[in-house]
Design a protein. Structure first.
Length: 429
């Protein structure tokens, strides 16, 4: 049986692990965190990602969690609708609407499909050899005994350096693998080691807040509202909870998420800041912020990979998700593209049963299938991010008027522009 090592137990890494196990691979997932902890954030799983999840038997379970009803779209800060969409229209065009859910719910569904013992927690990868597939890792020995009993909401990265030392005390092991999947996040040490000349992540100019709000009795529908340099999003979830996210255009360093796209727990000052920035926006934003708790606010500066990688693989190592193509959240495609990556990679890798496959010769097809597509989506998401950063009042009015007119005069144009994203279908045998 062929062996695969997945670095990182986020959504992309776990999807890859499930997909590879279904292909007969012996998979080990190495996760730096000591437990798979819940993080208070929501997630949008669009039609393209639902089709990918169908290939590993998870799609219908995720569809059952959908709470999207009625119209949604983009509004101005005073509540005027600029662009309107509906779940029914999306389903008619793409066969599925978007499913909004807690990130931890998707992680739970993926972990439940892994063989017992697949995930090794509290384990930091310190070396990866792309030619041999050897992975050096240090386990601290304090891992939770049963990762299936926990939830996860973020992809923890690997150690600070690769191939040059350990992670302090702990037990060092070397795992041999035919395939190594680097799903270790936006600040991926594996990516830095494989492509040392790449400039790495760039600050988008925006910081973001995320919060899950117990919103029973607070009316709301899925929407994103744009103001002068600011955005506020509302995602109703099943069970009477609403996921809210917001962005503001500020210098880097204000976020407390370590300067990346990971989760940073907000301090007591973050919720008052959100109420100051968005408290006079349209309903139900003030009511949602009034119902939020300070300890549930997460803040982080938003970075992305503005420069595409020369390839999404090297030797036996394949890069996946944020490690390969971190993007701004404006299209809601970060996790979706990681899920696509995972099922395409498993398809390219082929069966893990029988003789060990020559993975290095196959991974060029993975890069060919994923690099151009993800690079275009990264660029499109960054362009939308730039539009949300406009602050000049006249420019804001012009932007909003252009969106309103485009939606009224050419309602099919925006939908058609999204066909290449949401119309994607996974490879078949």
């Amino acid at each position: 049986m062929a062996r695969a090592v997945v670095v990182g137990a986020g959504i992309g890494g776990l999807t890859a692990a499930v997909a590879l196990q279904r292909q007969g691979w012996d998979v080990t997932v190495l996760e730096r965190a000591a437990s798979l902890e819940p993080v208070g954030s929501g997630l949008a799983v669009a039609a393209n990602a639902l089709r990918a999840l169908d290939t590993i038997g998870v799609g219908d379970e995720i569809r059952a969690l959908s709470a999207v009803q009625g119209d949604g779209g983009v509004r101005s800060a005073n509540g005027r609708w600029l662009v309107r969409t509906s779940a029914e229209a999306a389903t008619a065009q793409y066969g599925d609407s978007v499913v909004l859910l807690r990130r931890a719910q998707l992680v739970d569904a993926l972990v439940a499909r892994l063989a017992p013992g697949t995930v090794r927690l509290d384990t930091t990868v310190t070396g990866v050899d792309p030619e041999t597939g050897a992975v050096t890792a240090v386990t601290a020995g304090t891992a939770a005994p049963d990762p299936r009993a926990a939830r996860a909401g973020r992809a923890a990265g690997t150690g600070p350096r690769l191939g040059t030392g350990g992670a302090g005390g702990g037990r060092e092991t070397i795992l041999e693998a035919e395939l190594v999947v680097a799903a270790d996040g936006i600040h991926s040490p594996v990516r830095a080691a494989l492509f040392p000349g790449h400039p790495g992540p760039r600050y988008s100019g925006t910081t973001s807040w995320r919060v899950l709000v117990p919103a029973e009795g607070v009316p709301g529908q899925a929407s994103e509202s744009w103001g002068a340099g600011r955005v506020f999003g509302i995602m109703p979830l099943a069970g009477g909870t609403t996921y809210c996210y917001a962005t503001d255009t500020v210098p880097a360093g204000g976020g407390n998420g370590g300067g990346g796209n990971g989760a940073g727990r907000g301090d007591d000052g973050e919720l008052p800041e959100l109420r100051r920035l968005f408290g006079d926006w349209h309903a139900p934003i003030p009511a949602l912020l009034a119902a939020a708790s300070p300890q549930d606010v997460l803040r982080n500066d938003v970075h992305y990979l503005a420069t595409p990688l020369p390839a999404m693989h090297r030797g036996r190592v394949a890069l996946l998700g944020d490690a390969a193509h971190a993007m701004t959240p404006n299209l809601g495609q970060g996790a979706c593209q990681a899920i696509e990556d995972a099922v395409v990679l498993a398809h390219v890798a082929g069966s893990g049963e029988g003789a060990a496959p020559d993975v290095a010769s196959r991974l060029g097809a993975y890069t060919a299938a994923r690099l151009e597509r993800t690079s275009k989506i990264v660029a499109r998401s960054a362009a939308i991010c730039r539009a949300t950063k406009i602050r000049n009042p006249l420019a804001v009015r012009l932007r909003d008027t252009a969106m309103l007119l485009a939606a009224r005069l050419a309602p099919g144009q925006a939908a058609g522009a999204a066909d290449d994203i949401f119309g994607w279908r996974p490879p078949t045998a």
